[in-house]
Design a binder for this molecule. Structure first.
Ligand code: ADP
Ligand code: ADP
Length: 227
């Protein structure tokens, strides 16, 4: 059974414009799937429909075999990392990472601490737990945003161009870290980018979109060897 299954997904806006047009993709459990294509091809819209931030016009979205079209984002048990990290400036790194756990309530403080420390260790943030976001580098802030995503032990991680605001050197480092983190955790991941290098180095498979239409789904190797 696919972890995430998109069946003939359509997103149509009021004027009849189809930002996503009849897209079907199966994402296997533990798979790292890239959504790639030029600006405006519909990749963010598709990702937002997986998370539940955007209504689906047509088709079925299945997560773990269950249809989620009408489910609110908080009932989908997915974790999204945005491009602008949206950290809370007045909270420490520890509290920023702990935030999703505090929302759930009823999690014992000891478990919160343990899970935050685990996430921080995975992302090499242990020494920075008491600092405020303003006192971190761009890369560290990005890692805090990721910490917040992984602390929840969601069924899947969703990334919307998480590295596009970073400089080239940091982007390279973060690529390596994301790849390592995902392999270590084995969590199903959907990652939106317009960056060819990210698409070719991070993903198990790459879904190529153009003007809302799915062109192909292939491994980086298959794409590379294509004429
Ligand atoms: P990408 O993430 O690939 O850059 P998007 O998913 O953001 O593309 O957008 C896909 C297309 O849908 C674009 O042409 C965009 O202008 C259009 N679009 C996005 N939101 C709306 C909206 N609220 N109303 C009309 N068109 C929209
Ligand atoms: P991103 O930073 O992901 O590229 P955009 O700048 O494409 O986001 O879109 C920002 C917001 O504007 C989104 O809520 C999107 O739905 C909306 N939007 C994008 N394109 C259009 C459009 N053609 N008409 C109306 N709203 C749009």
């Amino acid at each position: 059974m696919a972890a995430i299954e998109m069946r003939n997904i359509v997103k149509e806006y009021g004027d009849g414009f189809k930002a996503v047009n009849d897209v079907s993709i199966d994402i296997a459990d533990g798979e790292f799937m890239i959504l790639v294509g030029p600006s405006g091809c519909g990749k963010s819209t598709l990702l937002r429909m997986i998370v539940g931030l955007e209504d689906i016009t047509g088709g079925d979205m299945l997560i773990g075999g269950n249809r989620v079209n009408e489910k609110a984002p908080r009932d989908r048990n997915l974790s999204m990392v945005f491009q602008n990290y949206a950290l809370y400036p007045h909270l420490s790194v520890f509290e920023n990472i702990a935030f999703p756990l505090r929302l759930k309530r009823g999690i014992p403080e000891e478990e919160v601490r343990q899970r935050v420390e685990e996430a921080a260790a995975t992302l090499e943030l242990t020494e920075h737990l008491q600092r405020k976001p303003a006192n971190l580098s761009g890369g560290q802030r990005q890692r805090v945003a990721m910490g917040r995503a992984i602390v929840r032990q969601a069924d899947a991680f969703l990334f919307d161009e998480p590295l596009s605001n970073l400089d080239a050197k940091l982007r390279g480092q973060m690529r390596t870290e994301i790849s390592r983190m995902q392999r270590r955790m084995g969590t199903t991941t959907v990652y939106v980018t317009h960056d060819q290098t990210e698409a070719m180095t991070l993903g198990d498979r790459v879904a190529v979109l153009r003007k809302g239409v799915l062109q192909q789904v292939a491994s980086p190797r298959e794409l590379y060897e294509q004429p």
